[in-house]
Write a protein that binds this ligand. Structure first.
Ligand code: FES
Length: 156
């Protein structure tokens, strides 16, 4: 069930667009934020009802983008490492292995304390500052192992 905050954010988003369905990305983001960082089928059904869309259309939009976590709770910090071409050429695979060792989890897993989820994603549009990762809403760029260590240590 959508939180009251999520509903308010969706209402605000609806005022920004010429038609309801154009707000689908904002609505999904609001729904996810209000539901512990992931989307359930019920959340997406509710978004579909508000936007007067078919549930399958909303589900397809959510499934297409890696920023939405469908039926998969994530940790307090969702670490998404780009592994597309620019980032890979500049060491993303080494960084991913380093983070797996540091966090003691495999890609796709969440630490037992639910603090970190480690994922890999396709290009995040920051190729000029590769290798990079996104943690929740923040980009971290020009990464090295030392910089990753510092960033992860700084997250409480
Ligand atoms: S390839 Fe990593 S941001 Fe584009």
């Amino acid at each position: 069930m959508l939180s009251e905050n999520a509903k308010k954010e969706i209402e605000a988003a609806l005022r920004k667009y010429p038609n309801k369905r154009s707000a689908v990305m904002d609505a999904l983001r609001a729904a996810q934020k209000g539901c512990g960082g992931h989307l359930t089928k019920e959340d997406m059904d509710e978004v579909a009802a508000i936007l007067e869309m078919q549930a399958v259309e909303v589900n397809a939009a959510a499934a297409f983008y890696t920023m939405y976590n469908i039926d998969k709770p994530v940790g307090r910090y969702h670490v998404q490492v780009c592994r597309n071409i620019s980032c890979s050429l500049l060491g993303a695979e080494h960084l991913i292995k380093h983070m797996e060792r540091t966090l003691n989890i495999k890609t796709g897993e969440t630490t037992p304390d639910k603090k970190f989820t480690l994922s890999t994603v396709e290009c995040l549009g920051s190729c000029g500052t590769a290798p990079m990762m996104q943690i929740n809403d923040d980009y971290h760029e020009n990464l090295t192992e030392a910089k990753v260590d510092e960033i992860l240590k700084g997250l409480e």
